[in-house]
Design a protein around this ligand. Structure first.
Ligand SMILES: Cc1ncc(COP(=O)(O)O)c(C=O)c1O
Length: 358
């Protein structure tokens, strides 16, 4: 019986690998530097708003279908028209919406590699053809990407993660604009980490490119990973189309209340991001002084190449010391670890643990 049921699942779904999220241990005293959460709490207004929204009468009712209050708060925060804003259950839901909106089986989706591994899961679920272009650090990423992507088959969708994970480099705005200009594909600038960068947001050029979508999340800069709010900025016409594919009532009433409060306190997120950026600079300098060679990063994490190209050994030793970082089991990435920037105190512990590494 079970076999018959499974046989009914699409072959491409059965063939695909599930997405591997970072470990999310509950409890314990771990210093968690593996999934790029913000080490500082969100605006105090958030807890207050969730409490106010938790009354028994409002919990009885469905939330707003399209999260209009969150849309309005996001539109105000970034000075964009509300018609050009779509709210997702995390930016992951918006990535799924975009993939389903643009890709039929066999059509091409392109991205720089390595990058956020969920793009591949989405592409495989859609049966899309994937073109991965190697990141060339210090190079003009998107032009190389575009040339090669077009040569390999007319992409319908291009993901540009800026700053990119896991290496922390950022495709420049000029290059992104050129990319949008020279393709009919939808170009998605995934800016989950842009608030930790000195680079300008792609929102600056959004009005010049109808095929550009800019994704933001409240999970990182706004310290609300638990709340699951992603925001897509695009042309109003495109938002109408994408809106058809999001889940109905995709944002809970409590999450919407939290999001509105956070978006109305932009000073708090700026302060938290500035602190993380200062700690990033400090920890990278300290590690370099200790003869490690961490890469410069524009995000709230950095890449650390490991001795003997053995990232797993460093991951394990740190885990034994109670510090959880991210090791990726893939040929391109297994030689290093990605480390989320935490508080100065957490970074001091990290440097101390790495100092003991022999
Ligand atoms: C590049 C990138 N985009 C999107 C996401 C997902 O963000 P959200 O929590 O809003 O779903 C992540 C999460 O780690 C990410 O690294």
């Amino acid at each position: 019986m079970a076999e018959r049921v499974i046989a009914g699942v699409l072959p491409r779904v059965r063939a695909m690998k599930a997405y591997t999220p970072g470990e999310q241990p509950y409890g314990g005293d771990l210093v968690k530097l593996n999934t790029n959460e913000n080490p500082y709490p969100p605006s105090p207004a958030v807890a207050e708003a969730v409490r106010a929204a938790s009354n028994r009468d409002s919990l009885r009712l469905y939330p707003q279908p399209a999260s209009d209050d969150v849309r309005a708060a996001a539109a105000a925060a970034w000075q964009r028209p509300i018609e050009g804003v779509l709210i997702g259950n995390g930016s992951d839901e918006l990535l799924s919406v975009l993939t389903r909106a643009c890709l039929e089986p066999g059509q091409t989706v392109a991205w720089l590699s390595p990058t956020y591994s969920l793009y591949r899961t989405m592409a495989e679920a859609a049966g899309a053809h994937v073109v991965e272009l190697p990141v060339q650090r210090e190079a003009d990423h998107s032009r190389a990407m575009l040339d090669q992507a077009l040569a390999k088959g007319d992409p319908r969708l291009i993901f540009v993660c800026r700053p990119n994970s896991p290496w922390g480099e950022t495709v420049g705005l000029d290059e992104l604009g050129r990319l949008c200009h020279s393709t009919d594909a939808l170009v998605v600038a995934d800016e989950a980490y842009i608030d930790f960068s000195h680079a300008d947001s792609a929102l600056e050029i959004l009005d010049q490119h109808e095929n550009l979508v800019v994704l933001r999340t409240l999970s990182k800069a706004f310290s609300l990973a638990a709340v699951r709010i992603g925001i897509a900025f695009a042309s109003p016409d495109l938002v109408v189309e994408l809106d058809k594919l999001r889940d109905s009532y995709n944002v809970s009433r409590l999450n919407a209340a939290a999001a509105v409060a956070a978006l109305q306190d932009m000073d708090c997120q700026r302060l938290n991001c500035d602190r993380v950026m200062a700690s990033r600079q400090r920890v990278i300098e300290r590690l370099r002084a200790a003869c490690w060679e961490p890469w410069a990063s524009d995000a709230n994490f950095f890449w650390l190449p490991c001795p003997d190209n053995d990232g797993r050994a460093v991951y394990s030793r740190l885990a034994d010391a109670g510090v959880l970082v991210r090791w990726f089991d893939s040929p391109l990435l297994s030689g290093g670890v990605r480390i989320t920037v935490g508080t100065d105190e957490q970074m001091d512990l990290l440097v101390q643990c790495l100092g003991n590494f022999t």
